[in-house]
Design a protein around this ligand. Structure first.
Ligand SMILES: Cc1cc2nc3c(=O)[nH]c(=O)nc-3n(C[C@H](O)[C@H](O)[C@H](O)COP(=O)(O)OP(=O)(O)OC[C@H]3O[C@@H](n4cnc5c(N)ncnc54)[C@H](O)[C@@H]3O)c2cc1C
Length: 400
């Protein structure tokens, strides 16, 4: 029987024992699966990555271009730290992959988040007062934002000079181009879990396993649309964010959107979603929209989200053990001692990336690889706890 740990040390988030095996199967060839495959391969693991489709990066990670940008909150906190750290990691990782000779289709063109509504304007004002470094974020008025964007804008914006757009498929291809990674396409994994050590990174199917069914994921289907660049829109130099986003010229097209259909697990291309995307652009960027012709093509997929909007990264808890060992949490006795967490052997997850997976999945993969190998974690403990796969169970137990 392991030593009991006092409640303030949160024994329910105790780290799993490091894996002794150096072989793992990763289920899912989206950006989450490719990232964890890479992080483990770099540590000398032999990885088999299973993808059910003929190519990797076809579902949520099959978007022609997504925006790579951090998410800021008015007040500093662990959530903002997570996004900032993850964003810096992603930019550094892409730069290093390029320096090693990989071709990644992206552009570090900067991103402007328009102050498109009063709440966003207030957030930007609060950010201005925090005096954050200029090479990370600048709060611009409409005139300054227009100069950066290359087209006239009617509102101010927050500007992230290191941000940009990224083609996820090219990123995924670079990540799995490693001697220690074998990619098996047209290979769907089924129950039982395929190997001694397995990482579930199966996007919208992340809760379709007996071992993960307890996780409160929510699928949100969405569509991005693509229009040919016009003479006017070719002047756009950065990505633009409002309620949705718009890229500058990406291979002769702008990618814009996206729609949000909550609790929809199937993604089907839908003409009405293109109309919604176009109307949104007309609302926030009328001159730009007026210069563009009809939608040429689109991409529909499902993002998996969670009730607190953060991904689920770590070892999968032994649910029966948690329910029994931590049942007293509902009494809130801070002096009580509890046994450390127990996990489902060899089973890990990296999923629930919502609308931010391009920026966040790399740091999360580093966190997971550090957990699996028993290294110091690359993030603060608070952050690890807030991404922990048992956090929803623990919150439920505390509520009784
Ligand atoms: C319309 C839209 C716009 C977006 N825009 C942005 C953006 O601008 N910026 C941003 O950062 N993020 C954006 N996102 C979110 C981002 O795309 C996701 O967070 C990210 O792609 C999630 O990656 P994933 O690997 O978890 O999922 P996926 O890319 O869906 O990958 C999961 C993979 O697992 C495979 N799989 C499932 N089950 C099995 C099985 N049993 N066996 C084998 N393989 C299996 C699937 O086929 C799939 O390839 C957007 C998402 C959508 C839908």
């Amino acid at each position: 029987m392991p030593d009991l740990i006092p409640a303030p040390q949160m024994p329910w988030f105790a780290r799993p024992a490091a894996e002794t095996s150096r072989r793992a199967t990763v289920v899912g060839g989206g950006v989450a699966g490719c990232q964890i495959a890479r992080s483990l391969a770099e540590r000398g693991w032999q990885i088999t990555l299973l993808e059910r489709h003929a190519r990797i990066a076809t579902e949520a990670s099959g978007n022609r271009a997504g925006v790579l940008t951090p998410k800021m909150t008015a007040e500093p906190g662990w959530g903002e730290t997570f996004y900032r750290q993850a964003f810096s990691y992603a930019v550094q990782q892409i730069t290093q992959l390029e320096a090693a000779g990989h071709r990644i289709d992206w552009q570090q063109c900067g991103a402007l988040q328009l102050a498109h509504e009063p709440r966003e304007a207030a957030r930007q004002q609060a950010l201005r007062e925090r005096g954050l470094p200029n090479d990370f974020i600048q709060i611009l008025d409409a005139q300054e934002a227009s100069a950066v964007a290359g087209i006239p804008l009617t509102t101010g914006a927050s500007y992230f000079p290191q941000a940009g757009w990224l083609n996820p498929a090219s990123f995924c291809a670079a990540l799995v181009a490693h001697d220690n990674i074998e990619v098996r396409t047209e290979t769907a994994a089924f129950q039982p879990i395929p190997s001694e050590v397995t990482v579930i990174a199966s996007g919208r199917e992340a809760d379709q396993w007996a071992q993960t069914a307890f996780l409160p994921f929510m699928p949100v289907a969405g569509q991005t649309s693509r229009v040919p660049v016009s003479a006017y829109s070719a002047r756009l130099k950065t990505t633009l964010g409002h309620e949705g986003y718009m890229t500058p010229n990406v291979g002769g097209q702008h990618i814009f959107g996206a729609t949000f259909a909550r609790n929809v697990r199937e993604a089907v291309l839908d003409e009405s979603a293109n109309i919604t995307n176009f109307q949104q652009m007309q609302h926030y960027l009328p001159e730009l929209a007026g210069s563009l012709d009809g939608v040429e093509s689109a991409h529909a997929a499902v993002r998996m989200t969670t009730p607190d909007r953060y991904p689920v990264v770590g070892a999968l808890p032994d649910v029966a053990f948690f329910q029994q060992a931590y049942a007293d949490l509902r009494y809130g006795n801070a002096r009580q001692k509890y046994p450390p967490a127990q996990y489902q052997p060899g089973l890990f997850i990296s999923a629930g990336y919502g609308s931010r997976g391009l920026a966040t999945s790399g740091l999360c993969a580093e966190l997971l690889a550090a957990l699996m190998t028993g290294e110091p974690l690359p993030v603060q403990d608070t952050l690890y706890h807030n991404l922990h796969p048992a956090r929803f169970l623990v919150r439920q137990l505390k509520r009784g």
